[in-house]
Design a protein around this ligand. Structure first.
Ligand code: ZN
Length: 130
């Protein structure tokens, strides 16, 4: 069984679904119940841009148990067009080639597979963009 948190996050994980405050236009991701900028509580659905720039990143060499097969890997903070920042794994790129300021795009990929139940988790990852 997955914790309920996983299921609650599915829409965001699949669609990069964000919330745009109807009061001030601030885009929150993941969506929040209250706007962090103006305190508004009404939102429009917004879809995040799929392109962004690596602001900072770190190489994970000792991974949590569910990701241990993937280590070492890079996790970056990526600023998407429009200024929303997300944290995601950076893949399809040699670790030594990852640079701050690198352009990336967001793709949905398999995150991990639960060996016992065969359940596959999907989520977003960043791949280098030309
Ligand atoms: Zn607002």
């Amino acid at each position: 069984m997955f914790p309920s948190r996983y299921w609650r996050e599915i829409p965001q994980r699949y669609r990069l679904e964000a919330a745009k405050c109807t009061g001030c236009g601030k885009v929150s991701f993941p969506p929040r119940s209250k706007c962090p900028k103006c305190g508004g509580v009404e939102f429009d659905e917004a879809r995040l841009p799929e392109k962004g720039v690596v602001k900072t990143f770190t190489i994970i060499r000792v991974a949590p148990s569910q990701f241990v097969e993937q280590a070492p890997y890079a996790v970056g903070i990526v600023e998407l067009e429009g200024g929303v920042k997300i944290t995601a794994q950076i893949v399809d790129c040699p670790l030594e080639d990852i640079k701050i300021g690198q352009k990336v795009r967001i793709e949905f990929r398999r995150l991990q597979e639960d060996g016992c139940s065969g359940v596959i988790c999907y989520g977003y990852k960043c791949v280098p963009a030309l």
